[in-house]
Design a protein around this ligand. Structure first.
Ligand code: HPA
Length: 271
């Protein structure tokens, strides 16, 4: 039963001193410099946390980092779980639920995404203003746990307008360009065909990726305000599509990591 598992994971982390965090942060593919801004770090490998799944993708480090950013207590997931790795959606969102029960009051998510909107270029930062869920499984399937949230959660505004406003204010202060767009979530792990990119554009997606939406659905279920930022790692123009190379995607994400991390740091300061 997942509720027992949740209680055990939360109890373990409380015993390790992770009590009353202000915010949770999920770091996406190739994005980890934010940790340079986290002081008083206590690192807990996922494998030590009862019932936590363990990351399988080689470039995702699986650990939870507890620490302080600008006087705020944060829980940072270095490495997330993807549906394409073979986890159930309940496993994918388990850490978000754990962080919520531990007490986070907001969640900041990052990811690497393909740019569908022709105005989006490699290395751009885009604040997610809405999403289209094309994944074939949903973390809320099955018996609803009323203690976490309702059976039919509202999704009219899954991305907090307040958090997005803070992100834009801080981006302006830092002179970092921040765009805004709709994120479409696909299962992966393959990238898309030209016909699929064309389709994604027609249905209103500005970017596409394989993560984030399950976590946002779990957050919305628990009425946890969240915001997500995509780093555009490849340009998905169906008429000039280049074969993508995952190492290039990771390198592009790494190139944008510094500005993204500063933006997160400043946003957390203003929470
Ligand atoms: N498609 C899906 N996921 C992605 C992409 C993409 O083009 N780029 C980075 N993650």
């Amino acid at each position: 039963m997942q509720t027992d598992q949740l209680d055990k994971a939360v109890e373990y982390l409380r015993q390790r001193g992770m009590d009353a965090p202000d915010a949770g942060v999920i770091l996406g593919t190739g994005l980890h410099r934010f940790l340079d801004y986290v002081t008083d770090q206590e690192i807990i490998p996922y494998a030590e946390i009862p019932h936590f799944p363990v990351s399988t993708v080689e470039f995702h480090k699986g650990q939870l980092v507890w620490g302080t950013v600008e006087g705020k207590k944060v829980l940072v997931m270095q490495g997330r779980f993807h549906y394409y790795e073979g986890y159930t959606m309940q496993q994918v969102v388990f850490p978000v639920r754990v962080m919520r029960v531990l007490g986070i009051r907001q969640l900041l998510i990052t990811n690497a995404a393909g740019g569908i909107n022709p105005e989006f270029k490699k290395g751009d930062l885009v604040s997610v203003n809405d999403h289209i869920n094309l994944q074939t499984a949903n973390p809320l399937t099955g018996k609803n746990w009323d203690g976490l949230g309702p059976r039919f959660p509202d999704m009219s505004r899954p991305y907090s307008e307040r958090l997005n406003q803070l992100l834009f204010e801080q981006a302006a202060c830092l002179n970092v360009e921040l765009k805004s767009g709709v994120y479409a979530a696909v299962n992966g792990p393959n990238l898309e065909t030209r016909a699929e990119y064309r389709y994604l554009k027609i249905i209103g997606a500005d970017m596409v990726g394989m993560s984030t939406v399950p976590e946002v659905i779990a957050a919305a279920h628990m009425e946890l305000p969240c915001a997500a930022i995509s780093v555009i790692t490849d340009e998905c123009d169906p008429d000039h599509l280049e074969p993508v190379n995952i190492q290039e995607i990771i390198a592009t994400a790494a190139g944008a990591d510094q500005k993204l991390s500063k933006l997160l740091q400043h946003t957390i300061r203003s929470l």
